[in-house]
Design a protein around this ligand. Structure first.
Ligand code: NAD
Length: 458
């Protein structure tokens, strides 16, 4: 997978080891030993659970499907992370995503550890009835290690509210009399889900961009304008100016982020392109994003033909799906899959600001190249945490059985993301490291401090 999180964790530990103001009571050999322990703890998962789900298909044939639940680290609280249904799911990918969850929760001070699940199926090749069985089997096989105070899954690629409702219901049946509302998040509102959970990731993704270019820069322009930091120069070159924007991926995350950008009163955005697995739609004068969102809600994808565009009431050129990456835009939001910008195509990317709505859409090599060019990359760990933050609110609401209104949820989400951005942006614009490295150092710093205080480094 694109960012080998372990490598960045090790770099972050090295930076902290050399920072004498961090854990100053640890000196000399004790310091070396403690940091070696930290590297061991943070780069090894606590548990890897793997099973082959035995499922009878509709034609009565029996299949065995590889399924994983990986619990990376629970220093900050119960394990938390999505369950992915995708044909390429494998142990390494799930482990990497579980590690990313530990760091994401630490960065945003969400009191959960990191976990992730996966089932190696192509969901479209299974009937609804079969998917329902797979969800139930997943809970049956992993029941002992799941639960509101142990490990709380959520949706990921290929799963959504429906699957979470099914899984929570199975958990409730297997564990009668036990609390169950907090066993899964991302449920439908009718089943105890949170208002705003569906939009949370996309809204959070756009919020990080808006906060950086508007709220933060408004206060900080004085000292930043004297800075020779390359990222400060990029940010200032775009603040208060009209922004041409493109969004790759028009599913849950991408469509919401695109709508937020379209409706934003703080930045002067023009959405010139959106894309999905089939097509890029381009209009130099700007696209009618609400009309496209309505079309995609109805048909499950963007218009791919002239008659679809007429039906949607949208004027656009139809380009191939990968062209979205290479357009002359200021901002590119990546909200589809991992590994979209790589060493072999990064030099064709013209955007000066990239926001990672998806997990790991920019490979490690491409990330280094972009940073060297002064391109701002707002990384996944920072940008796409809205889902897990509102999952945390859902979990709290499930405990209290007291539910928040949608504006309350979004205000709490923005408060949490603001406090993370406030902690991180002054460092980012003050040193030459990438925003990703800055985020990792802060997340690792929080985890290390807690491990040290709890006496786990002996
Ligand atoms: P989704 O399935 O709703 O949407 C994915 C979109 O990407 C679809 O429009 C699809 O057509 C498009 N797509 C697929 N292949 C493409 C390609 N090659 N080129 C262009 N577009 C392509 O998924 P989602 O929930 O929006 O998740 C998107 C990404 O965000 C994933 O990487 C996921 O892990 C990450 N993410 C999602 C959440 C969440 O709450 N949904 C939270 C954190 C991270």
């Amino acid at each position: 997978m694109a960012h080998q999180t372990d490598t960045i964790v090790k770099h972050s530990l090295q930076a902290l080891l050399e920072d004498s103001s961090f854990l100053p009571s640890l000196q000399h050999q004790d310091r070396e030993r403690a940091f070696t322990s930290l590297a061991t703890i943070l780069t090894t998962p606590n548990h890897i659970h793997k099973s082959y789900l035995r499922v009878a298909r509709d034609d009565a044939s029996v299949v065995r499907i590889p399924a994983f639940r990986i619990q990376h680290n629970d220093t900050l609280g119960p394990y938390k992370g999505g369950i992915r249904f995708h044909e390429t799911v494998n142990e390494e990918e799930v482990l990497n995503l579980a590690t990313l969850m530990t760091l994401k929760n630490a960065l945003h001070e969400v009191p959960f550890g990191g976990g992730k699940g996966g089932v190696a199926i192509h969901p479209r090749q299974f009937s609804d009835r079969e998917l329902n069985k797979i969800c139930k089997k997943y809970v049956q096989y992993f029941n002992d290690v799941l639960g509101p105070d142990k490990d709380i899954p959520a949706p990921d690629v290929g799963t959504g509210e429906r699957e979470m409702d099914w899984m929570m219901s199975e958990y409730k049946s297997i564990n009668p009399g036990k609390p169950y509302l907090g066993s899964f998040t991302g449920k439908s509102v009718m089943s105890g889900g949170s208002l705003g959970r569906r939009e949370a990731t996309g809204k959070g993704v756009y919020f990080t961009l808006r906060y950086m270019l508007h709220d933060f820069l408004q206060d900080q322009t004085n000292w930043l304008s004297d800075s020779d930091n390359p990222f400060a120069r990029t940010a200032l070159a775009h603040a208060g100016k009209p922004l041409r924007m493109a969004v790759q991926g028009f599913g849950n995350v991408g469509s919401v982020a695109a709508l937020e950008a379209y409706q934003c009163k703080h930045l002067q955005n023009k959405l010139v392109a959106v894309s999905d697995r089939n097509v890029t739609l381009y209009n130099d004068d700007g696209l009618d994003v609400p009309a496209l969102a309505a079309f995609a809600r109805k048909h499950g994808e963007l218009p791919t033909k002239e008659e679809h565009l007429t039906e949607a009431g949208v004027k656009a050129e139809l380009l191939s799906h990968e062209e979205v990456l290479y357009l002359q835009v200021d901002v590119l939001i990546l909200a589809a899959l991992e590994d979209q910008i790589r060493q072999d195509n990064v030099e064709k990317v013209k955007a000066r600001i990239i926001v990672e709505g998806a997990n790991a859409p920019v490979s490690g090599e491409a990330d280094t190249w972009l940073n060297d060019q002064g391109v701002i990359v707002i990384p996944d760990i920072l940008a796409n945490a809205g889902g897990v933050i509102v999952s945390y609110f859902e979990w709290l609401q499930g405990r209290d059985t007291r539910f928040l209104s949608e504006p309350e949820v979004f205000n709490l989400l923005y408060d949490k993301m603001t406090s993370t951005m406030k902690a991180i942006l002054p460092f980012y614009f003050g040193n030459p490291a990438s925003l990703r490295e800055n985020c990792y150092v802060l997340a690792v710093r929080k985890l290390c401090t807690k491990l040290y205080l709890q006496g786990k480094l002996y």
